[in-house]
Design a protein around this ligand. Structure first.
Ligand code: FAD
Length: 505
């Protein structure tokens, strides 16, 4: 059955990502559904099994990912409302050896939130309350299922912002963000979640509730256990609550898009921008020409004037966030003047936002690339950390490689492009194809991973490992680190029920 499902050419990719058949784990039965009905109210259970009898359509959003690249066969989705309910569900699953997949907003890009077989999906969507917010310290304690945008809206009247922002903010959940250690657009300014998350509440695979939900900024009492759950992609437990430090909202934000004649100018430009804007620089984002053209084609933000983009090989979006508008504007204008009046200018032109609508439109050009790529075709996404000086080289080498394999034509690969967070050394290398095929996959992997390893880079800068990169972890982690990771997994989850086949195969 499994083989038949996987053997068509375009579905061959799934064969590779299917784990070996599970040896001892169980499938959900009608008896399990009866037990879950004692824990949850009827609307919180979606199942094709008796006595619920949901349709396959009801399960579809939970069995398929945002890119339509990964699909699962879960028969049952549970939507707990309390930590206690999560605990009771996991206790039962642990006893019965039923594998589970925690699911947040399902916006992950590496297949982490999608079952590989018929695991039970535990959706956190119903755990969406703010538990507390202290406007003096800026510490927010929220349930894991709170959507990032809702939390942004919640803290805004108190003059605070969330320390992270990403294109998926309207759907992704804070629990998913913490579980993937999401990076995003504000990392340059506010650092990673390993710094801003102060505490987590986690239900361990056997149902034990681990209460690490402190609001302390300083706590040097031994091992910092919460760090293990940040970025563990639901393989060690289910995060049910998060305590997070939110920074004060900047009083003034501005942005400018700079058009560059050559990629080689990005590095000296970053140095100049950092030097001149210093404490008010809050983002330095890169998109190459192909990414820009696709964003415009698919209606993400407003296109710049023809004369502004003419001769541009790539673009950089610079954002400032500071305490006083006049001061920040003066600094930004000085920067533009320096850049445009240089003997050998690093930029062709700069388009400065004049009002909030233009500010959003310039951001949309950058934030909208992910969506534009998915509208253009099937995306092979590589989210890598490499030295900034190699961003273009990595994109070009990949494109040339695909060409040499005879795959760069409209029936196979149509675009190879790069964009990302320059300030964090994070390049999103995207290959857009007509379909997901084994041939393209084989051309890209391990080629790209070897390329990344040759630069001592990371095969996953921010999206995580999921089911996509389990086989490639050794390109970024040495043998001893991998062995320790396996031991940690075994200690927390000896029966292997927690998101099996993800991160560590
Ligand atoms: C348009 C777009 C833009 C994006 N931009 C960025 C970006 O800039 N930076 C970035 O880092 N990512 C980005 N992403 C990827 C994605 O949004 C992030 O990985 C996000 O943090 C996932 O959150 P989620 O709630 O959707 O989690 P899901 O996709 O539901 O799950 C992701 C992983 O976390 C686990 N998980 C989810 N919730 C919990 C929980 N409560 N407890 C334990 N495990 C859990 C899942 O099992 C899975 O392994 C983008 C995605 C899209 C579609």
């Amino acid at each position: 059955m499994l083989t038949a499902r996987c053997c068509s050419r375009t579905l061959a990719l799934r064969l590779r990502s299917c784990p070996p058949l599970r040896r001892s784990l169980s499938s959900v039965t009608e008896n399990d559904i009866l037990h879950f009905s004692k824990i949850l109210d009827p609307p919180s259970i979606i199942s094709t099994l008796s006595p619920i009898h949901s349709s396959l359509e009801d399960l579809h959003p939970f069995n398929n990912d945002w890119m339509r690249k990964y699909s699962g066969r879960a028969t049952t989705v549970l939507k707990p409302r309390t930590t206690q309910q999560v605990s009771e569900i996991l206790k039962w699953c642990h006893e019965r050896e039923i594998p589970v997949v925690p699911q947040g907003g399902n916006t992950g890009l590496v297949g982490g939130s999608i079952p590989l077989n018929d695991e039970v999906v535990i959706s956190m969507a119903n755990m969406n309350n703010v538990r507390s917010f202290d406007p003096v310290s800026g510490i927010l304690v929220a349930e894991a299922g709170c959507i990032l945008q809702s939390l942004t809206d919640y803290v805004a009247p108190h003059n605070h912002i969330m320390p992270l922002d990403l294109g998926a903010k309207g759907s992704c959940q804070i629990g998913g963000n913490v579980s993937t250690n999401a990076g995003g657009l504000r990392l340059l300014r506010y650092g990673s979640l390993h710094g801003s998350v102060l505490g987590v509440e986690v239900v361990l695979p056997d149902g034990t509730i681990l209460d690490q939900l402190t609001t302390l900024r300083k706590d040097n009492t031994g091992y910092d256990l919460k760090q293990l759950f940040i970025g563990s992609e639901g393989t060690l437990g289910i995060i049910t609550g998060v305590s997070i430090l939110t920074p004060p909202a900047p009083q003034a934000s501005n942005n400018v898009i700079l058009a560059l004649p050559h990629f080689d100018n990005v590095r000296p430009l970053y140095q100049t921008v950092k030097g001149q804007l210093s404490e008010i620089l809050s983002a330095f984002e890169f998109i190459d020409r192909t990414a820009y053209d696709l964003a415009v084609k698919h209606g993400q933000g407003r296109a710049l004037n023809e004369e502004d983009v003419e001769g541009a090989e790539c673009f950089v979006l610079v954002e400032t966030s500071g305490g006083r508008r006049e001061h920040d504007e003066e600094k930004l204008n000085d920067l533009l003047e320096t850049l445009l009046s240089a003997d050998r200018p690093l930029i062709n032109t700069g388009v400065l936002a004049q009002n909030p609508a233009q500010f959003s439109s310039l951001w949309a050009l950058r934030e909208g690339v992910t969506e534009a790529v998915s509208k253009e075709g099937k995306a092979y996404k590589y989210d890598i950390s490499v030295p900034l000086s190699t961003f273009k080289e990595v994109v070009d080498i990949t494109r040339n490689h695909l060409q040499s394999q005879g795959l760069l034509h409209e029936d196979a690969v149509s675009h190879v492009l790069g964009y990302g967070h320059v300030g964090d050394g994070n390049l999103h290398l995207n290959v857009i194809a007509k379909a997901y095929t084994q041939e393209i996959q084989d051309a890209l992997e391990p080629f790209i991973y070897e390329l990344v390893a040759s630069h001592r880079g990371s095969i996953s800068a921010e999206h995580g490992v999921g089911s996509m990169k389990t086989h490639a972890l050794h390109y970024s982690k040495d043998k001893i680190s991998l062995e320790l990771m396996k031991k940690i997994k075994e200690m927390f989850d000896p029966k292997g029920i927690m998101n099996p086949g993800k991160v560590i195969a």
